[in-house]
Design a protein around this ligand. Sequence first.
Ligand SMILES: Cc1cc2nc3c(=O)[nH]c(=O)nc-3n(C[C@H](O)[C@H](O)[C@H](O)COP(=O)(O)OP(=O)(O)OC[C@H]3O[C@@H](n4cnc5c(N)ncnc54)[C@H](O)[C@@H]3O)c2cc1C
Length: 493
Amino acid sequence: MGKEVKQIRYDVAVIGGGITGVLTARVLSRYRLRVAVLEAADDVAMGATKANSAIVHAGFDPKPGSLKASLNVKGCEQMGTLTKELDVPFRRIGSLVVAFGEEDDRTLLALKERGIENGVPGLELWDRERLTREEPNLSKEASSALYAPTAGIVCPYELCIAAAESASVNGVDFYFRFRVSGILRTEEGFRVTDGSETVETRYLVNAAGVHADEIASLAGEKDFPVRIVPRRGEYMLLDRSVGNTASHVLFVCPSVNGKGILVSPTVDGNLLLGPTAAEIPDRNDTATTAEGLAAVADGARKLVPGIRTNTVITQFSGIRPTPFDRNGASADFLIRPSDQIPGLLHLAGIESPGLASSPAVSEYAVSLLFSMGLKADPNPEYRPGRPRKIRFREMNDEERRDLIAMNSAFGKIICRCETVTEGEIVDAIRRPLGARDLDMVKRRTRAGMGRCGSGFCSPRVMEILSRELGISMDEVTKCGGKSYLIPGTTDSE
Ligand SMILES: Cc1cc2nc3c(=O)[nH]c(=O)nc-3n(C[C@H](O)[C@H](O)[C@H](O)COP(=O)(O)OP(=O)(O)OC[C@H]3O[C@@H](n4cnc5c(N)ncnc54)[C@H](O)[C@@H]3O)c2cc1C
């Protein structure tokens, strides 16, 4: 066990600062409870939550009667209220599963039936004429589509950061760079350590994503009910200039390997293509590959033949924690108390539609904790929101003038591509769970997300980080650890 034991004894410690763990902690903050989130990375949203398709699925895909089905439909419905509370952009643009020929047409009928059984509202079958009218860039080979009006798009890491800020202002403690490496059962609950610090807690929530089976094993659980297989998905993100190529989320018909390559606008106005689905041996290997990206481009062109990949601004990949049962069949979300370790709750195997389901998963997780014996009164000071966030690029001239009159830092543009001001960067650093490196600033403000690949704004953001954090320029990092940006100084001779 680690040497330094925290004096606070928590009621609940959540392992994992992805969307599942963070929203669960936020729901817990509605009660008078001491809650901690233990996260291995430097920030929240660094696992699957950072790199996914960003779709709030309507819920017609999961098997009726499964947890995936009920939590997806409920989560999709709740996403509107949640994003309003957290002031996070969310657009219900609707999705289309596109058929190419008679076999696909039959699949759409089955999907529609399944959606109705799952309780998805408003599903419609669109014929070719309607499709051409609504999505003029779609392939002429498309024969029909299933339209789901409740599907939407959200920025997954922005949602997670906002939820974490809200949890933090409501009293949740966040421990970063806390990679759980030991779990000891005590009379009162658990001692959880990363090898140097130790946290005591009565209840433990396992929301460790693709590492959830390892956490179960650290806690002493034998024969975890699901085998978690890392399945990587690669993406290309295209520039805003082609962001209006599609108005809905465009899917092909699903197969055994998942939902296939999609084409979707993002809430920030870009166009997203992907993902692939490839099982990989290393759970942390988020590389992109030439073959993967070629498959993304081919798949996207099946839906929209005119897509130009010369507008790619970045490529990335995310890893799904795909669960299989003991017979090797694809498994449901594993959301249940451990049947071996009292006080341990598993939120495991949360692959897609885990983002869409997350508001409902977190509510369900907390109801399970109560059924496991957790008791708490409501927290009368709970506030669902987070400190106001300024988005200069979305303001009109009058609003901008008023803001600059109050604080001249909003009159200085630091990121030209995304119109991000110095005031927003300073705010990102000073907010709850504030930014401490370049990438944290980027995820909180979009500075550096544009076409120039942060060539212009990086040195300026570094100066602001250095000034605000009281560190020298050569201590500023790209993404924590030893990712220093200045390796040395040039000789002035
Ligand atoms: C390619 C891809 C596409 C997807 N598309 C969609 C989509 O469009 N819509 C949708 O609804 N869902 C989608 N998903 C699924 C969705 O991204 C996940 O279900 C969701 O992000 C899971 O969140 P999580 O918090 O459970 O896991 P994660 O986000 O992976 O978080 C787990 C956290 O646990 C931390 N951790 C792990 N081990 C330890 C340890 N020992 N100690 C401390 N911390 C630890 C990790 O650092 C990580 O931050 C997709 C996923 C992928 C990969």
